[in-house]
Design a protein around this ligand. Structure first.
Ligand code: H2B
Length: 99
């Protein structure tokens, strides 16, 4: 089981991921896709990356607005896995022209 990060480590890692913010035991970001189908493509790519990493975000879909939330449930908090997947989600969003 991965170790949870302390508050200072979380703050440090968030500085490298400006679209993300901490919400308790989660980090979250919103992504606005160019269209609803583009948003679904973002979600499909994130699903593949999540399966590869065996680490899965909570995803909320509202038309073109996606919200991703990450936490390591098995560890009961935030770990390096959350920040690694957050960086991948940022890359996927950028590839689809989503901000
Ligand atoms: C057995 C498997 O590794 C676990 O169930 C994984 C799957 N995906 C997961 N995703 C997240 N976000 N947290 C977990 O603790 C987690 N555990």
């Amino acid at each position: 089981m991965a170790d949870t990060l302390d508050a200072a480590e979380v703050a440090d890692r968030l500085r490298g991921l400006p679209a993300w913010s901490r919400d308790g035991d989660q980090i979250r970001r919103q992504v606005t896709a160019p269209s609803f189908p583009a948003g679904i493509e973002v979600v499909a790519d994130v699903a593949r990356a999540a399966e590869d990493a065996d680490h899965h975000p909570d995803i909320d879909i509202r038309w073109r607005t996606l919200t991703f939330a990450l936490s390591t449930h098995s560890a009961g908090g935030l770990t390096g896995k959350d920040f690694a997947l957050a960086a991948v989600i940022d890359q996927i969003a950028a590839r689809h022209g989503a901000g």
